[in-house]
Design a protein. Structure first.
Length: 154
């Protein structure tokens, strides 16, 4: 039996640091959720923040910036579904996330999310704004829930 519980940013950062396969700790957050097993052991975390892509940061959109589990079956789906419900309850119109092209999105489908397409991936490094990439730069799959057609956003 898996149970949702509240989560502090400090707890999320520590769990992500120990367990995430390919990303570091997110820069900030709006809220997060945790899932624990029947013994009360933390087995997964989800952090939700403002969209990383600034053109999507319209005040009505949020993004799952990290989702990390120890591999327990159904933990990812529970966390994605909780993030979607919380975003809706908080008045967000859309929630989105990105997964690697090598991931199949089964947990997102199970949680009621929709596949929105493929991104080109790539680096955040630019000649006028140097960055060191510490994350995969491959293509990503974009997933979301909510209304994507409003106020000129097609």
């Amino acid at each position: 039996m898996l149970n949702l519980r509240p989560l502090t940013f400090a707890e999320a950062k520590e769990f992500i640091k120990q367990h995430h396969r390919h990303h570091g700790i997110p820069q900030g957050w709006l809220w997060g959720h945790a899932v624990e097993n029947a013994d009360g052991v933390l087995i997964g975390v989800c952090t939700v923040g403002r969209p990383v892509a600034r053109n999507l940061d319209d005040g009505y959109t949020c993004e799952v910036t990290r989702l990390c589990t120890d591999g327990t079956y159904n933990a990812c789906s529970i966390l994605y579904a909780a993030a979607r419900r919380a975003a809706d309850a908080k008045g967000f119109r859309r929630i989105l996330t990105y997964i690697l092209e090598t991931e199949d999105g089964g947990s997102l489908r199970a949680a009621g999310w929709n596949y929105l397409g493929e991104t080109t991936g790539g680096s955040w490094d630019r000649a006028n704004r140097r960055r060191t990439d510490k994350h995969p730069t491959c293509k990503k799959h974009k997933w979301g829930c909510g209304s994507w057609r409003y106020e000129g956003h097609e």
